[in-house]
Design a protein around this ligand. Structure first.
Ligand code: LIP
Length: 274
């Protein structure tokens, strides 16, 4: 398996770089924007075009592999044991629309439902994050390592308002942010789940939590964080991360994860992805 993963990584980086070129090329022109679940949940022709391109290349190279992607998620595909390429063609679409540079293509490959390969590429930040299971995490080829933050009182915390605008979600976001903001050094949100997690993995921030994500937002970056020495878990009691559960707590250290988990007053149960 490991020699296969090395070959998948080489190919995955090639197609991620091409996806980045497509994003850059589209950046200065009309992006043909449509709304999805809310006016804060957008899709552009680049999201669709990049996903189509990636799926096409993967199917050509590995016809027996499966694909799951954000822009084709209306066709529910089962997540199985075969090698599966799980893609968010543009994570941080709202940023992309506004030319705010924090957006990326996220590619995760699972085998037997375990993440084995991760590629997150941000063309505007010029950062290529990669990881293979058990082999460490790298940013532009340099090893990544989390910051050994001792406690929440010293932590820079990342979170998001998210794109859902239902009353229950807004209340949960506000209550959770309010509970954490008094206890930490500061709070930020980059507008891309994958980049939030990769920034924790880089040691620029210490912890990230969000409710309402999907598997394509978190699968690749969660492997990158683990390989950089961090932890990914459920927001509830730091239980094992369930990639279908729509929520994540990603931290540089177990200590900070435990403090955030205990601090959050609301743990939203949203409709699962499976
Ligand atoms: C986005 C996430 C972001 C989250 C949004 C949305 P998209 O992904 O990365 O962190 O707050 O709700 O899911 O839609 O840009 O791929």
């Amino acid at each position: 398996m490991s020699s296969d993963v090395i070959e998948w990584e080489k190919f995955g980086i090639e197609i991620a770089l091409e996806a980045g070129r497509m994003m850059q090329e589209a950046s200065g022109r009309n992006k043909n924007i449509e709304t999805k679940c809310s006016p804060q949940d957008l899709v552009t022709e680049t999201d669709r075009g990049v996903e189509q391109f990636l799926f096409g290349e993967i199917k050509k190279r590995y016809p027996d592999h499966e694909t799951i992607g954000e822009e084709s998620s209306d066709v529910k595909k089962p997540w199985t044991d075969v090698p599966t390429w799980i893609i968010d063609p543009v994570d941080g679409t709202m940023n992309f629309v506004h030319t705010f540079p924090f957006c990326c293509v996220s590619i995760g490959v699972t085998y037997k439902k375990e993440p084995v390969l991760a590629i997150v590429y941000s063309p505007f930040l010029d950062k290529l994050f990669t990881a293979k299971k058990g082999q460490g995490a790298f940013c532009n080829g340099k090893p990544m390592k989390v910051r050994p933050c001792k406690g929440l009182s010293e932590a820079l915390v990342l979170s998001e308002l998210g794109s859902g605008r239902e009353e229950e979600r807004i209340n949960a976001v506000c209550q959770n942010v309010k509970s954490v903001m008094w206890k930490c050094h500061g709070m930020r949100g980059l507008g891309s789940a994958a980049l939030n997690i990769c920034y924790v993995a880089s040691g620029y921030a210490d912890v990230y939590f969000e409710f309402g994500l999907h598997i394509w937002d978190m699968v690749a970056a969660s492997l990158i964080l683990q390989e950089a020495g961090g932890v990914v878990c459920d927001t509830k009691n730091c239980g094992p991360l369930d990639l279908m559960s729509r929520r994540i707590l990603a931290s540089g250290t177990q200590q900070v994860a435990a403090e955030v988990s205990a601090t959050l007053p609301v743990h939203l149960e949203l409709e699962r992805d499976d």
